[in-house]
Ligand binder design. Sequence first.
Ligand code: SF4
Ligand code: SF4
Length: 72
Amino acid sequence: MQPILQIDSRACQTCARCVARQVCKPRAIVQLEPGDLPIVDATRCRSCMACIPACPFGAVRRADRERLAPAV
Ligand code: SF4
Ligand code: SF4
């Protein structure tokens, strides 16, 4: 399943505690270790979009609206 949300690895600051993850009630944003790049678990995401404004670096993006450039 393609996640509707993606985390842009270029914009993400790999915060010790991901704020976007903290606002996600169904726990769809997974950060395996503090400081890791978070990922979105599409099987849990309810598309509430709460995580988009929560990230202070604008790293959470709608995957269906914006194609992310490949990481270099
Ligand atoms: S998605 Fe945003 S809040 Fe979460 S680790 Fe990346 S920059 Fe920090
Ligand atoms: S859209 Fe809602 S459910 Fe999905 S990852 Fe963001 S906060 Fe979690």
